[in-house]
Design a protein around this ligand. Structure first.
Ligand SMILES: NC(=O)c1ccc[n+]([C@@H]2O[C@H](COP(=O)([O-])OP(=O)(O)OC[C@H]3O[C@@H](n4cnc5c(N)ncnc54)[C@H](OP(=O)(O)O)[C@@H]3O)[C@@H](O)[C@H]2O)c1
Length: 346
């Protein structure tokens, strides 16, 4: 598929880009392709890459069929931008070849997120960090994106010193295999069959599992430390302290977070509501309603509600937020990074 020239909404000609989606058959890769189409990204050519298992599978893009190709070291040779939607090991494996091809690598894995020369970007918050890229820009963890979008406008009111967070993470956070395992367990449970586990450490249907990722020496999992470590980098708040518990719940799509925020100064519930009404990327859904994963799926805003004063501290505010972790928590944020990159012309 070749688009030689493309006009923007003002009718001006725009530069177009050859974009590869690495992991095009996965949960995030598919959502990236959908977002490229929905947002009318200025594409010259779309290259779809996955493993040998997916070779020849077709994906419809703007009414035309695009075939998935096997990934190898030469797959990126003519690309301007590579959108990574594979695991850490594959991101690390292919990064040198992407660099050799002089393509920009926007990576969804956690392989490079905390490296000093890799901007970690949520465009609504720290889009200009892109200016410092050295070929790789990292997309943050999905719960980190959802949480940071929900709190950023409040952090402008008064600096957030610390937070206590619990996440309620959907099975699709573990990719296509996670969704498949949940649906298979649901079917086996209703048919009184034996339930097998592979992706999750225990049965997820009719259960909640307070473990996502491996445990560190401090008793927290890798996933739990991401909100603090990545949040500090995104918010430019190196002192931020986060105490997080991540829980997998039997929900197909969209993560939810309960967050108690401790501010430098006292702020009122009214001020919080007011700030969230105009916060970029947020939708306030408060009293008598509240956000739920079913309602916020398949769209790109983070829904925020249940705003109340913390009962243990006058400087604390508690809230609840939900967001589609495959779209804004991964795919759409990556495309927004591309758009910002084009806008900044770096
Ligand atoms: N799911 C989420 O909510 C979410 C949110 C934020 C970030 N992420 C991150 O995004 C990345 C992708 O996650 P996902 O959930 O989309 O995973 P997924 O559904 O399991 O998809 C994995 C993709 O990797 C491809 N792949 C596997 N082996 C490959 C190989 N040897 N060469 C090339 N491609 C290969 C798969 O292709 P085949 O189908 O051919 O095997 C598939 O396209 C991960 O780093 C994940 O941590 C995920």
């Amino acid at each position: 598929m070749l688009i030689l020239l493309m006009r923007n909404h003002k009718g001006e000609f725009m530069k177009t880009y050859t974009v590869a989606v690495l992991g095009a058959s996965g949960a995030v890769g598919k959502a990236m392709i959908q977002a490229l189409e929905e947002r009318n990204f200025p594409l010259k050519r779309l290259v779809l890459l996955a493993s040998e298992r997916s070779v020849g599978k077709r994906i419809l893009f703007k009414g035309k069929e695009v075939f998935i190709q096997k990934t190898d070291e030469h797959s990126f040779d003519d690309c301007d931008i590579v959108l990574g939607a594979v695991g850490n090991d594959l991101s690390k494996k292919y990064a040198p070849f992407i660099k050799k091809a002089h393509a920009l690598f926007i990576d969804n894995s956690s392989a490079f997120r905390l490296e000093d020369d890799v901007p970690l970007v949520i465009p609504e918050i720290n889009g200009t960090d892109i200016l410092h890229h050295q070929g790789i820009i990292a997309n943050p963890n999905c719960s980190t994106i959802i949480g940071c979008i929900a709190i950023y406008a409040l952090h402008q009111l008064s600096s957030i010193q610390s937070m206590i967070v619990s996440t309620y993470q959907a099975v699709s956070g573990a990719g296509i295999k996670g969704m498949y395992e949940y649906e298979k367990q649901l079917e086996d449970l209703t048919q009184n069959k034996e339930i097998n586990t592979d992706v999750f450490p225990y049965q997820i249907v009719s259960n909640v599992i307070p473990q996502i990722g491996e445990f560190n020496e401090n008793g927290y999992t890798g996933e739990e430390m991401k909100i603090q470590n990545e949040g500090r980098k995104i918010l430019h708040a190196p002192q931020l302290k986060v105490n997080c518990t991540c829980v997998r719940v039997p929900v197909l799509r969209s993560h939810s977070l309960s967050m108690t925020l401790y501010f430098e100064k006292e702020i009122t519930v009214g001020e919080v509501r007011e700030a969230l009404r105009s916060a970029q990327g947020c939708r306030l859904i408060d009293e008598p309603f509240y956000p739920m994963p079913l309602d916020c799926s398949n769209q790109d805003l983070i829904y925020v509600g249940r705003i109340r004063r913390d009962l243990t501290s006058s400087k604390g505010i508690t809230l609840w937020c939900c967001g589609d972790q495959i779209r804004k928590g991964a795919a759409v944020n990556a495309i927004q990074i591309c758009e910002k990159y084009i806008e900044l012309e770096v």
